[in-house]
Structure formats: structure tokens, C-alpha cells
Design a protein around this ligand. Structure first.
Ligand SMILES: N[C@@H](CCC(=O)N[C@@H](CSC=O)C(=O)NCC(=O)O)C(=O)O
Length: 295
């Protein structure tokens, strides 16, 4: 197991925010960072549930910690918050720092299969390696009680990871997520590069395995057991540009026979895509997850 290096620690919300780094096997040996908020109640003898926050394009492990406004409510409920980076860094792929929506800061939480991007395996990092690393480090976390939330590209990540791993996560929520990435511009660009090129209107199964709307439409999670909350601002330019498509998620929920309580998709009047929107609804999302993590 890799050794965690503690890079910086700050007191916040009566707990501690620590930035850690470790060499990641999933990312081909590249060093990756994450932030961990530990409420003051956490200890090895009294481990706390874990909320995983996935940030969006151009962000990193600091974005949610600094701007999200999650930590006071997490502290109130005795929840840890783990905030990983959004992509490998320094993979030395040609062009990886040229586009804001591909390469560095744009890992899409998937496993790339194209040889050029072979170190871009954020899915394995989040689902397998990070939980193992956290368990091994014995930081006072109860990794049998985890939920996941995220923003935009990270909202796609949160929904997709939950729908693929309902035994790992108790619930998922998202601010302004890309709900149907196999059909929308950011997702198509990423999947074309990281997985395989596709010009057909019906994408290959390898793409669909990372598309939350498709995953929800085909979900075999027991009736009544899906726990998803989504908020999208009506003033969000990326919504208007067709990047988010929350209606696709609603349609998928209907197709799969889910109630509106299982899959709540809320349009919030006038809010945009920024962290002002996220921080406004941050507490509601943390409270939502606390219901399932502390049940
Ligand atoms: N092209 C711009 C926009 C980048 C941007 O809006 N990033 C969002 C996430 S978009 C979907 O994943 C974000 O969260 N930005 C951080 C923030 O603090 O708002 C650019 O390159 O700046």
C-alpha cells in the first residue's frame, strides 16, 4: 500500500482539513492529491461515514473544499468529506493541457482505454484504490457508509459511480450534472478521445457504461432503493447549451419505473453554474446524504 503524505492541514468547522498525496497505481504511478475533512468526532474507535465530492472541469481537490460550503453541515452530522482531484496530473500526454474540457482537469471519472490516455483511470482510482488507501491509513473513516456527490463533470461522475456501484454508495446527488454524456458535447469529446471514436448516433456500449441516463434506464437496483437528488439552475448557460440534459435523467427514471422520491430532479429558478449556486444548496445536499449515511 502506498504511504500517504500529509501536505497541509487547516482547522475548519471544528474539524480538520488535510491535503494528502500518494503515488496511484490506477494512474500509472502518478502522484495524486485529495483533501479530507475530518469532523472532530472521528477516531479509530468511532469511525465516521464518508461523503465523496467530485469537482468539475478545470477544478481540483481544493475547489470543493474552498468554495463548496459543505463543511459546516458535514461537521454538524459528523460526516467526513473526501475530495479527490479531477484527473491525473503530469501524464505527459501530447495536448493534455491544451483544452479545458479534455486532459488535465477533465478525467470524467472513467477508465480510458485508448492507449494514448492509458494513465487516465479515475474510475478505478475512486472506486477501488482510494477506499483501500483510506482504509489502510486508519484515519477514523467508516468506509462501509459512503455516499457521493459532485458538480457538472463531477455530477456526472457521482451519478454514474453510484448507479454502477450501489453496494459501495448509499446515495448520490449532483449540482448541474452532465446527465447524458454519450449524447452531449463534453461527454462525446471525452469518450471519443479516452475510449473510442464514434460518429454514429447510437454510441457503443463502452460509452453507455458511463452514461447515467442509460445506466438508470437499465438499473436493476431494487424498487424503492434508488436515492438520487439533482439540482440544476435555470440560468445555467451550460443547461441552455445542451450540456446537462436533466430531462434525459427524468425520462430514464420514468422508463425504469422510479418514483419522484427515488430520483428527485429540481430546477432552481435563476441560478447559474457557479459555486454561488452550489454553496446555496450545499447544506441540503449534505443533509440528504446524512439521512442515508446515518440510517
Ligand atoms: N471554460 C471555462 C469554464 C470552466 C468551468 O466553468 N468549470 C466549472 C465546471 S464545468 C463542468 O464540469 C467549474 O466548476 N469551475 C470552477 C469554478 O470555480 O467555478 C474555464 O476554463 O474557466
Amino acid at each position: 500500500m502506498p504511504k500517504l503524505e500529509s501536505k497541509q492541514s487547516n482547522k475548519v468547522a471544528s474539524g480538520t482539513l488535510t491535503k494528502y498525496s500518494f503515488p496511484s497505481t490506477s494512474l500509472g504511478g502518478l502522484t495524486t492529491n485529495f483533501n479530507l475533512f475530518l469532523p472532530s468526532s472521528a477516531s479509530s474507535s468511532s469511525p465516521v461515514p464518508v461523503l465523496l465530492y467530485l469537482a468539475g472541469l478545470t477544478c481540483n481537490e481544493d475547489t470543493g473544499a474552498q468554495k463548496g460550503g459543505f463543511l459546516l453541515t458535514a461537521a454538524k452530522h459528523g460526516l467526513a468529506v473526501v475530495m479527490p482531484d479531477t484527473s491525473p496530473r503530469g501524464a505527459e500526454v501530447e495536448g493534455e493541457d491544451e483544452d479545458w474540457d479534455l486532459g488535465s482537469g477533465a478525467g470524467f471519472y472513467i477508465n480510458a482505454t485508448a492507449d494514448k490516455w492509458k494513465k487516465y483511470r479515475m474510475y478505478d482510482l475512486i472506486v477501488e484504490e482510494l477506499p483501500k488507501v483510506l482504509k489502510e491509513a486508519d484515519l477514523g473513516l467508516d468506509l462501509t457508509r459512503m455516499s457521493v456527490f459532485g458538480h457538472s463533470m463531477g455530477g456526472h461522475g457521482a451519478l454514474m459511480l453510484y448507479l454502477r456501484n450501489p453496494n459501495l454508495f448509499k446515495s448520490a446527488s449532483a449540482f448541474s450534472p452532465a446527465c447524458n454524456p454519450s449524447q452531449t458535447p463534453w461527454g462525446k469529446k471525452a469518450f471519443n478521445a479516452y475510449i473510442q471514436p464514434c460518429t454514429r448516433s447510437s454510441p457503443p456500449s463502452e460509452w453507455l457504461a458511463y452514461d447515467s441516463s442509460r445506466l438508470l434506464a437499465r438499473s436493476e437496483i431494487a424498487k424503492g432503493d434508488v436515492h438520487i437528488l439533482v439540482d440544476v439552475g435555470t440560468g445555467d448557460q451550460f443547461l441552455k447549451d445542451g450540456q446537462l440534459e436533466p430531462d434525459a435523467l427524468k425520462e430514464a427514471a420514468k422508463e425504469n419505473g422510479r418514483t419522484q422520491e427515488e430520483v428527485q430532479v429540481r430546477l432552481q429558478d435563476g441560478y447559474d453554474h457557479s459555486y454561488y449556486f452550489i454553496s446555496t444548496f450545499a447544506s441540503e445536499h449534505v443533509e440528504y446524504h446524512a439521512n442515508f449515511l446515518k440510517a
